[in-house]
Design a protein around this ligand. Structure first.
Ligand code: HEM
Length: 456
């Protein structure tokens, strides 16, 4: 089995790829109305037309990239020949100039300073917090309890993020940051999918005012926590301590402002993406009792009566496959977009500068050319030797130089949470069918209710 990694498979085939025409679209608007109405189906339709599909997003010439080899090539050349789009004023207000927003030399420096704090060897030390928070939630659940699954997963991943990133252990600190982050995150999502995305930066809107207010609270709280860390020892097992100790090649450390931007970036990058992944996982497990049984069989075999910890992760291979398969069917980052610069090419074709490039995890992850019965939830396909899956047919964490910094963090966190909660409980989600809502992340629309039953 070949799965995705961070190395691109650029230029493996020699014949230039064919660029096929997408739908003709409307004068001036192009295919914008179809995209706006149902972007997930629209991208699947483009994918069915070919590997590289030409279409118009309003008046902008766009190219949809469906083929894994070309996706690898695209991701490998981010920064050089493909530019990241501006994520908007709301994003910049909250994230400052953190690694997601930064570009060029500044981005390279920041990425090299942040990366060591989330490398796999460090994730081991965060895993104890992940497991402890999940076990505490499992212990609080009672037989027959009805829960709001979205709220519960969001609160759990928030607790983990606040503790692993900022190392705060008092409920008051954690609540103040968590509440302000929640407001800011909600407003960013609303701005991204609403009219705000079309307005110039200087237009004041109530949503932008709320983001500013929440950002001020976050700045004050993070400032207090950083000062406390600086005054005490920095040899604590949290991300903030690692960032405070990080030095670039000239021996320069991150400033307080940069520390603030990076910690908020890591929080925002990892919170909603992981909590939504878990909601989708509960939905898929509820609809597939056979998979749930295979999962609990593994938990009984590997854990016995113990609670899960990092040392179990490597052995929880089916649990890991459940997470990968969830991210295949419901990739919480479902779309990547960029703009071609001078010298850009894909699949042996020159791409005119200014062309807007789109690729969608949702569409490629459901391509029947790469996945047998693509709409079926089948974690077994990720078990050794089961299916031959080309590199970049699965890319929930992107790839290339801009690949997600929290990949290992997210995979370990999701698996430990599923393990801790499924070990003693069965969580059944209603309704049976959930509608995906593609915004900044791919969320389930409406309320998601769950019923808890004790297993043992
Ligand atoms: C299931 C959970 C997650 C998913 C699906 C996800 C997905 C992604 C994707 C697709 C990108 C690349 C975006 C692009 O190319 O424009 C990305 C970037 C990033 N992610 Fe994640 N992510 C997840 C969890 C996390 C976590 C837990 C953290 C932090 C601990 C994190 C931190 C970041 C950062 C800092 C970047 C920017 C990297 C850069 O621009 O150099 N992510 N993520």
């Amino acid at each position: 089995m070949t799965t995705t990694g961070t190395t691109a498979n650029a230029g493996a085939s020699t014949a230039p790829r064919r660029v096929v025409a997408g739908p003709r679209g409307w004068p001036f608007l192009g295919s914008l109305p179809r995209f706006g109405k149902d972007p997930l189906s629209f991208f699947e339709q483009l994918r069915n037309r070919g590997d590289l599909v030409h279409w118009r997003f309003g008046r902008t010439t766009s190219l949809f990239v469906a083929d894994p080899e070309c996706i690898g090539e695209l991701l490998a050349h981010t920064e050089h020949t493909f530019d990241q789009p501006d994520l908007g004023v709301a994003f910049r207000t909250l994230l400052g100039n953190g690694v997601v927003v930064a570009k060029g030399k500044d981005w390279r420096r920041k990425r090299s300073l942040v990366q060591p704090s989330v490398r796999p060897s460090q994730v081991r030390s965060y895993a104890a917090t992940m497991a402890a928070c999940a076990v505490a939630l499992a212990d609080s659940w009672t037989e027959g309890q009805r829960i709001d699954v979205k709220r519960e997963m969001s609160a759990l991943t928030q607790r983990i993020a606040v503790r692993t990133i900022f190392g705060v252990d008092t409920a008051a600190d954690a609540d103040a940051i968590g509440r302000a982050m929640e407001v800011a995150q909600h407003e960013i999502g609303a701005e991204f999918s609403g009219i705000g995305a079309l307005l110039p930066d200087w237009v004041p809107t109530p949503g932008r005012a709320r983001i500013k207010k929440a950002t001020a609270v976050i700045d004050a709280e993070v400032g207090r926590i950083v000062a406390r860390h600086r005054a005490g020892d920095t040899d604590r097992p949290d991300l903030l301590s690692r960032l405070l100790a990080a030095q670039d090649e000239s021996g320069t450390r991150l400033t307080d402002r940069e520390i603030r931007d990076e910690t908020v970036t890591l929080y925002i990058g990892g919170h909603e993406t992981t909590s939504s992944t878990l909601v989708w996982a509960w939905h898929l497990l509820s609809a597939n009792p056979r998979v749930r049984e295979a999962l609990t069989d593994e938990l009984d075999r590997v854990l016995g009566d113990r609670t899960p910890g990092f040392d179990d992760y490597a052995q929880l291979t089916y649990t890991q496959a459940v997470v990968k398969e969830t991210l295949r069917l419901y990739p919480t980052i479902w779309l990547l977009t960029g703009v071609a610069k001078q010298g850009a090419s894909l699949g042996g074709r020159t791409i005119p500068p200014g062309t807007r490039i789109w690729t969608s995890q949702w569409a490629t992850h459901r391509d029947p050319r790469w996945f047998r019965d693509p709409h079926e939830f089948r974690p077994e396909r990720w078990m050794d030797g089961a299916e031959e899956i080309p590199e970049y047919a699965w890319f929930p964490f992107g790839g290339g130089p801009r690949a997600c910094l929290g990949t290992r963090f997210a995979l370990v966190e999701s698996a430990l949470i599923l393990a801790a909660l499924s070990h003693h409980h069965t969580l059944t989600v209603h309704p049976r069918t959930l509608t995906p809502l593609p915004g900044l992340t791919l969320q389930a629309a409406g309320e998601v209710e769950g019923t808890v039953r004790r297993r043992k």
